[in-house]
Design a protein around this ligand. Structure first.
Ligand code: SF4
Length: 174
């Protein structure tokens, strides 16, 4: 498990990888594409002006269901009663609405006061519940780096930010 000073090491490695990605993009010519998905996704979201009210689609765009017919907010929370949302035939949309409402970045603390909230979305519900928010400084450091990198990358590699290329981002993140 990542903890303590590991986060600084992790952030430094992410930034180094992004710098290598930038150097590679410089050499790739007209066919250039993102390979470092975390970097490409972050830059694409910044370019689009994305404002995330939630970190992902758990309980919003999808649910998971276990072999006994119980609904969970996502595949990572199956079997955890803290994330249960009823069962087949008696799904609780009130519980689902309450779950989401409590986790909006404009609702929950410390996200409500965090400058990075609309790019971060508040962190994976399952991870935050199990491990807390130890990595927030790393997330903010990474997004700070990406925001600073965006103007130059957009100027140097405009085709990466065309509508078609932006639509090619992988559906990861959060
Ligand atoms: S960086 Fe941490 S405090 Fe800020 S929005 Fe993300 S999870 Fe919330």
């Amino acid at each position: 498990m990542v903890s303590g000073s590991d986060w600084d090491t992790y952030l430094a490695a992410m930034i180094e990888a992004a710098q290598q990605e930038t150097a590679r993009l410089d050499c790739d010519g007209a066919q250039r594409r993102w390979r470092f998905a975390n970097f490409g996704n972050a830059l694409t979201e910044i370019h689009r002006g994305t404002a995330r009210p939630l970190p992902c689609g758990a309980a919003y765009g999808y649910l998971s269901v276990d072999v006994d017919g119980r609904y969970a907010t996502c595949h990572r929370t199956v079997g955890d009663p803290r994330f249960e949302l009823g069962s087949i035939g008696s799904r609780s949309d009130d519980a689902r609405a309450a779950f989401l409402s409590a986790r909006l970045v404009d609702t929950q603390q410390p996200c409500r006061d965090c400058w990075a909230r609309y790019l971060c979305g508040g962190g994976c519900h399952a991870e935050v519940t199990h491990a807390g928010r130890d990595g927030c400084d790393m997330i903010r450091g990474w997004l700070d780096f990406c925001l600073a990198a965006y103007p130059e990358l957009r100027r140097r590699f405009p085709t990466l930010f065309s509508t078609d290329k932006s639509a090619e981002r992988s559906p990861t993140h959060g």
